[in-house]
Design a protein. Structure first.
Length: 143
């Protein structure tokens, strides 16, 4: 009988200790969650748009803007450039969308779907960290 009582007390203590450790782990794990910044698509800026001219061929456009995010096989003469940024630990977001149309491999129409930021305003992963440090995040960006 004493052995059963000792075993029960030991099991109850172990269960209480396990529950306490689990509770502390859950409580402190919430403090250290780090969400990463998410960048998707092509960075497209107002300065890039200003360099884009109708009559440019597809090769010239790719050299200026990079490979389009979307080349729709059903609309061969249409390229979509999309940029989305979501900061991991804040609600900071940014997006830009540019649609280009080609006739005979030459740029014929430029459709700005949403406002394009200036180069200095582009949000990139880690930019919220850089902007909090006065000596970083200032000046030109390299590509």
């Amino acid at each position: 009988m004493a052995t059963a009582l000792t075993s029960f007390t030991h099991t109850a203590s172990a269960t209480t200790l396990t529950a306490a450790v689990l509770a502390l782990t859950l409580m402190f794990s919430g403090c250290s969650v780090h969400k990463i910044d998410v960048q998707q698509g092509n960075v497209i800026t107002q300065e890039m748009l200003e360099k884009l001219k109708t009559g440019m061929d597809m090769r010239q456009v790719k050299h200026l803007l990079g490979t389009p995010l979307i080349e729709d096989p059903f609309h061969v003469g249409r390229w979509d450039y999309v940029y989305r940024y979501k900061a991991g630990n804040t609600d900071e977001r940014q997006s830009a969308h540019l649609t280009l149309y080609f006739d005979n491999n030459l740029l014929s129409k430029i459709d700005v779907q949403s406002a394009l930021p200036k180069e200095s305003e582009v949000k990139k992963p880690g930019s919220s960290l850089r902007s909090s440090t006065p000596t970083q995040g200032q000046g030109s960006h390299s590509h």
